[in-house]
Design a protein around this ligand. Sequence first.
Ligand code: BGC
Length: 423
Amino acid sequence: MLKQVLISTAGFLFATAVSLSPAMAGGEAEVLHWWTSGGEAAALKVLKDDFAGNGGTWKDMPVAGGGGDAAMQTLKARVVAGDPPTAAQIKGPSIQEWDDEGVVGPPYHVDAVAKAQNWDSLLSAQVANHMKCDGFTKYCAAPVNIHRIDWFWANKKVLDAHGLTMPTSWDEFNAAASKLQAAGIIPLAHGSQPWQDATVFEAVALGVGGNEFYQKAIVELNMDALSGATMVKVFDQMRTLQGFTDEGAPGRDWNVATGMVMEGKAAFQIMGDWAKGEFTNAGLKPGIDYYCLPTPSDHGYLYNVDSFIFYSMDGKSKIEGQKLLGSLMMGKNFQKVFNLYKGSIPARLDVPMDEFDMCAKGSAADLNYSAMTGGLQPSFAHGMALRLAQKGAIQDVVTEHFNSNMSSHEATRRLAQAVKASL
Ligand code: BGC
């Protein structure tokens, strides 16, 4: 009881101190995000601390749910009600979609910061463009990282004990998984939530179909590619993978699945490198406790840039908050420290990689190689490739197929139909 009183008194004093403090000079920001897992929260703390250290007042608006689908619902309700948060985690073409609604600018306050800090020279043109509004002329969002989606994560002890190495083809993976299954190990830790099914699907589409197929089917929504024989093969591999998951998969959170790999209950997980944030948070090391390797493809690389959009705001303090946030997010040291926790690599091109681990170094090298050879593709499952309606259409069919006994042919037929109807 006493403890409780002390805590709430301390809370009151703290709140009073904050509201009276000259720290308000740094502005205020209500920040909507979905970073609630251990690794994600540790990374976000770097930003929160930086913001507070520079006089900002942070109001946290977490919306739990991996992949951000729940966060996007909450965000939509807030913006439609005319009460957008000061900054919101959002990415890809949704940024421009919101701009089309007239709720982002003009004026685009963060653009002044971007000009002053010359963001154009610090980012690749591809990443920079994702951050721009007003016909791709003004910055209205800031990037904090580049996540790669197409990864296998594996428990080293489990693989070693069964004489297995990391698979470099899907056939090799299927053979290793069958062997593990026969030995009573869950081959694939998975949470069958729509976005996780979509995450696995896009890695399979890139690997089984190839870079050009992914580009045509998933990015350009070409009907022949969406409805053809290669897509049937992609769904075949999805069915095979589903057979390697356990009964508890439906609805499981992604970080719980990562935990299964850490504990050795399961051997592999297919997940973006925020999974590495969980391993890091648990004090585990790549090459020693776990393995990371891109899922098999022809030097493909599915990228996903986390960014924060800054909506139109009234009030000096909120505008100051937006500018401070934008400026901190693009800070060189911030991009290093944040990404060491988050599992991703910096979006800024000039951040030295020497303190990063082998997975991150590999990711940075692969990104450059894939960019030169046509393999660098935007993740559809994480909102980088398509507008929301098309993303939703594909995700719905993928998850319906994965969680039923629908045939690959039927899934392919429905996929093309759903995409067509969404256009
Ligand atoms: C985001 C990551 C996040 C993951 C799981 C992805 O869409 O880009 O930052 O960790 O979802 O929630």
